[in-house]
Design a protein around this ligand. Structure first.
Ligand SMILES: Nc1ncnc2c1ncn2[C@@H]1O[C@H](COP(=O)(O)OP(=O)(O)OP(=O)(O)O)[C@@H](O)[C@H]1O
Ligand SMILES: [Mg+2]
Length: 141
């Protein structure tokens, strides 16, 4: 059993909910526990919010891309933006590190993604792109 989907949407905050909703729609035929679905929703929210807020600085003329791949054991989520990029990914991934565009940023997004997935890979080039790839194993109930 393999399945995949690809979508792109404007870089505006209302599309965080859109991205979560289509991700759950994509997984609807699988019997994945509510806990795991909540973790998937959470990591998608963090990655998509980062692309919108940091990558594109809320410029809604830009597009965030999200791809999902699934096989019988593992879900892969890829979130891409072609925005400002990250100068040093290892530094950015540290807990509490934030460039704090606003006061409500705790610097925990990457930490949450790391905790709720089995693998997190961040690839970025300054002023070119940021690609966040997350893998999560799941078991059908
Ligand atoms: N897509 C991106 N493009 C450019 N910079 C990014 C991107 N994603 C993350 N960053 C940088 O990495 C830092 C850490 O990201 P992280 O999600 O851990 O924290 P945050 O977004 O600052 O705060 P929080 O997620 O807790 O609201 C950000 O402050 C930002 O500087
Ligand atoms: Mg964040």
């Amino acid at each position: 059993m393999k399945n995949e989907m690809h979508v792109s949407f404007s870089a505006q905050n209302s599309n965080v909910i859109f991205a979560r909703t289509i991700a759950l729609g994509f997984l609807v035929n699988l019997k994945i526990s509510v806990n795991v679905l909540n973790e998937i929703k959470t990591v998608i929210s963090e990655a998509v919010t980062n692309a919108i807020v940091h990558g594109y600085k809320n410029d809604a003329t830009k597009l965030v891309e999200m791809d999902m791949y699934i096989d019988s054991e593992e879900l892969t989520i890829v979130v891409k933006d072609y925005g400002v990029g990250i100068e040093d990914v290892e530094v950015a991934k540290q807990p509490m590190y934030s460039t704090k565009e606003s006061e409500d940023r705790a610097g925990l997004g990457f930490t949450i993604m790391e905790v709720f997935t089995d693998e997190l890979v961040v690839e970025s080039k300054l002023n070119e792109y940021t690609i966040v790839t997350m893998k999560k194993r799941y078991h059908e109930e």
